[in-house]
Design a binder for this molecule. Structure first.
Ligand code: T3D
Length: 262
């Protein structure tokens, strides 16, 4: 697919997806949603990609739904649940189920679904001056894109209530203190840092990382016995990978491992 609303770049084993509708702070229209979904399907399927960076062009990361192109604007009956299912729900599932680590490099404001798409990523790096806004309530909507799932788990029910019911800006440094952001860095080095982290992850045992991500996803709903069982099954799979054999061989030979992701 040739993209018109995002840039797709692959350097070595790191893919970088850059949302590119800067005039509207990279808010989602139907085209960008389709292209973002296609890009995540592509990186998931491509064995040469072993880590992914998601960022935005210009001064925003993503301002959620393009309010000039919402289904409410296009239809007298308002928003259709299928629009959300086929759009945001699918995109968030593609990120959570991507068998590669996904890093959000939040270069500018992340609002509405844009904030929650960032929180759906495995790592969130944010520039110092960035803020996250659960903007939905300001226009009479509820949080979507997994906001009511990820936020209470990350920050607790009361902070989640304040964020989602008030819709105030959450500055990057407070988001870091609350555990929503992995690291806050100066804007000038954000992309460099995100790509360096991705390059590091891309040299690690990709299969074990994919299985770890699957376990972390499952932990939100499993009880501890079910989670122990899931770990046993995943360990069997990891323990039959070429990277496990390489990890053991490298350890015994006292040399750095050369993981291939297989
Ligand atoms: O179908 C459905 O709708 C269901 C799905 C819903 C999912 C959602 O994400 S709902 C939430 C949608 N997003 C918002 O409500 C955020 C709206 N934007 C803002 O509140 C503010 O723009 C920000 C807090 C994000 C940033 O403020 P600021 O002062 O830094 O920038 P600005 O001046 O407001 O925006 C810059 C430009 O981007 C401006 O255009 P202009 O005047 O320069 O031509 C503004 O209109 C445009 N823009 C910003 N956000 C959106 C947008 N245009 C369309 N849609 C947007 N979401």
């Amino acid at each position: 697919m040739a993209y018109t609303t995002l840039h797709f770049d692959q350097t070595g084993a790191v893919a970088t997806i850059t949302l590119n509708r800067p005039d509207v702070l990279n808010s989602f229209d139907v085209t960008m949603m389709g292209e973002a979904q296609d890009a995540f399907r592509r990186v998931s399927a491509d064995r040469t990609v072993r880590a992914v960076v998601l960022t935005g062009a210009g001064r925003g990361f993503c301002a959620g739904q393009d309010l000039g192109a919402t289904t409410a604007g296009a239809s007298a009956v308002g928003i259709d649940a299928d629009f959300v299912r086929q759009g945001y729900n699918t995109l968030v599932a593609l990120i959570r189920e991507c068998p590669k680590p996904v890093i959000a490099a939040v270069n500018g404001v992340a609002a509405g679904a844009g904030a929650n798409v960032a929180f759906a990523c495995d790592f969130v790096l944010a520039a110092q001056e960035v803020s996250f806004v659960q903007a939905f309530v300001k226009i009479g909507l509820v949080p979507d894109s997994g906001g009511t799932y990820f936020l209470p788990r990350a920050v607790g029910i009361h902070r989640a209530a304040a964020l989602t019911m008030l819709g105030d800006k959450l500055p990057a440094e407070r988001a870091e203190a609350w555990g929503l952001v992995h690291e806050v860095v100066p804007q000038t080095v954000l992309l460099e840092k995100a790509q360096a982290l991705a390059a590091r992850l891309a040299q690690m045992p990709t299969k074990a990382i994919a299985l770890t991500k699957r376990l972390l996803n499952a932990s939100a709903t499993n009880d501890y016995r079910a989670q122990l069982e899931a770990e046993a099954v995943a360990q069997q799979e990891a323990g039959r990978s070429q990277d496990f054999a390489e990890g053991i061989a490298a350890f015994l030979a006292k040399r750095p491992p050369r993981f291939t992701g297989e």
